[in-house]
Design a protein around this ligand. Sequence first.
Ligand code: ZN
Length: 204
Amino acid sequence: MVQWSVVQAGDPVLRRRAAEVPPDQITSRAVAQLVDRMWRTLDAVPGVGLAAPQIGEPWRVVVIHDLPEFVEHYTRLQLLEREREVIEPYVLVNPVISAVGYETRTHFEGCLSVEGYTAAVERFHQVDLSYDDLQGHQHRARVGGWHARILQHEVDHLDGLLYVDRMNTRTLCTTDNYAELADLATGEAVDAVTGGADSGGPPA
Ligand code: ZN
């Protein structure tokens, strides 16, 4: 019985810059097997995104999906506030993102490699994305809302960064405590956690 576990904070693999997959390796069996392990791990946990370093493999590979069963327990208002919608599963090899403008959004996010916690993180609202798929075809897209947040979180993993490096530290919550606040709008949840003493602004 294989254990599909996610590497936790403190393991140096999460703090190194992951390497680009060489172009002639993108369609290789080794990369296909890596991606297969990543999907199995993400399904077992479960979660919306996983970067290869999170299973101990220092390569620039990410898998993302936001399944109907993940989004269906949110109200329509919450989904609108978070700009969250279903994302069909896809694989990103050597993804590159760049911010579109300076507009940002702040919402709570967590990480499979920092179990048990969540915090408010300011992210760019829109990013331009390019990546290769497993057939070696390049794709480009402009992505906004929650999908853009997932992309920024996952590409950070490839650069050795965790959300705790970017969070508003005063908003750090255990997931149990956050569960009590999950129905609130993000601004209200930030006020509740910080006693109203924090605007939920950018981390210092
Ligand atoms: Zn993460």
